[in-house]
Write a protein that binds this ligand. Structure first.
Ligand code: G3I
Length: 349
């Protein structure tokens, strides 16, 4: 039986985000499935700032080291995620011990130290880095964050410069979601051109693929791939998953809790995914992969954001305690045959 990495060999890497239980915990089945099916890994959380550098003077390298060792052992393309982000970053990063915000120069120094240490440690092992994650709003303006407030628009450029210095051979990516939204897409095209004009290497745009069953339209995503690759950069489809559940608002946790109403309305497939929805999911994945495959010359990697449905962050977002089915493997580590088959068929397998 064909595996994902065999099916897409010569087209793009088949990637997956992996978690702590799979890296160093009891999830042997998960580890085996990852090694069998995928030839690239991303760390779901273990290389984020709060995990790897929780205190100013204290790094927590062990989970990241184990993650990298797993990838090396299995000869995978290893991704680093992520160096500069507004989430999962401890408060000490932006504040002095007396509680005042750092100056631009002080924060740049903290950024440089972190990037130099983390990228330097995995030099030649981690093949590419999500240098900056989610810096723009959907309307194309800079997202409000301490990074932007304190350093200014060039915080992205600086992060790329530091990363390039720490490992000149590593690929460097800008990663974000909703990049099919035209204003956001244009902001990222401008960013890439700005970096290129200053001779700051940027390898690819990471397009997070957190999609729904019906939106975005495949041609909107395609338009963004065309726009990004027109700059000469390539594209990685990162964080791919397809949410099959109805939209829910974060308030619902507090308002309804775990009542029967809540379950019926917002968690409708707790007992299993109906065939009709499984078919929609297969068709949706097939349509997306057909488009990715068409652009395989400029797409380097397609990475799922999680291994099995049970691992997915979408069981807990935007409200907790749901049963989602966004991926290609079920909660018992089985291939979801119709969905998986629809995907590999795109590559003629
Ligand atoms: O590790 C702690 C654990 O010790 C604690 O008991 C538990 C209680 O809440 O929390 C655990 O940390 C959680 C962590 O995942 C590891 O499971 C955090 O609360 C939780 O917030 C964190 O969520 C991650 C999220 O990023 C953080 O914003 C998700 O797993 C991860 O899938 C998600 O990934 C992001 C990408 O990095 C960037 N793009 C969007 C994507 C989805 O949000």
């Amino acid at each position: 039986k064909v595996t994902l990495k065999e099916a897409f060999k010569g087209a793009f890497y088949a990637g997956v985000a992996i978690n702590r239980r799979q890296i160093q915990g009891a999830d042997t089945k998960g580890r085996e499935l990852i090694a069998t099916q995928f030839n690239s890994i991303s760390p779901e959380n273990d290389l984020k700032w709060s995990s790897i550098h929780p205190k100013k003077e204290a790094y927590n390298f062990k989970p990241a080291d184990d993650y990298v060792d797993f990838g090396l052992k299995n000869r995978m393309f290893i991704v680093g995620h992520t160096l500069v982000w507004h989430q999962q970053t401890p408060a000490w990063v932006y504040n002095s011990e007396s509680g005042n915000k750092l100056s631009r120069d002080e924060l740049l120094k903290v950024m440089e130290d972190h990037i130099t240490t983390v990228v330097g440690r995995y030099k030649g092992k981690i093949g590419g880095w999500d240098v900056v994650n989610e810096a723009f709003n959907d309307n194309g303006t800079f997202r409000k964050s301490d990074w932007h407030d304190i350093i200014g628009d060039d915080f992205i450029e600086k992060a790329f410069e530091f990363a390039h210095k720490a490992d000149p051979k590593a690929e460097l990516y800008y990663n974000d979601y909703n990049l099919y939204v035209p204003k956001k897409r244009e902001a990222v095209v401008s960013l890439i051109k700005r970096l290129q004009a200053k001779n700051i290497p940027v390898t690819a745009v990471g397009e997070q693929g957190h999609y729904g069953l019906n939106s975005p339209a495949v041609n909107q995503v395609e338009a963004s791939i065309i726009a990004f690759t027109a700059t000469g950069a390539s594209v990685n489809i990162t964080e791919l998953d397809i949410n099959v559940l109805p939209n829910a608002n974060q308030q619902i946790n507090a308002d309804l809790g775990n009542t029967a109403d809540y379950q019926a309305k917002y968690n409708p497939y707790a007992a299993g995914l109906p065939d009709t929805i499984a078919t929609q999911l297969a068709n949706r994945y097939a349509a997306l992969f057909a488009m990715f495959y068409k652009h395989k010359a400029v797409i380097s990697r397609v990475t799922f954001w999680g291994l099995t449905d049970g691992d997915s962050w979408l069981n807990g977002w935007p409200i907790r305690g749901r049963t989602n089915y966004p991926l290609l493997f079920d909660r018992a580590y089985n291939i979801k045959q119709p969905v998986f088959d629809a995907v590999v068929k795109v590559a003629g397998r």
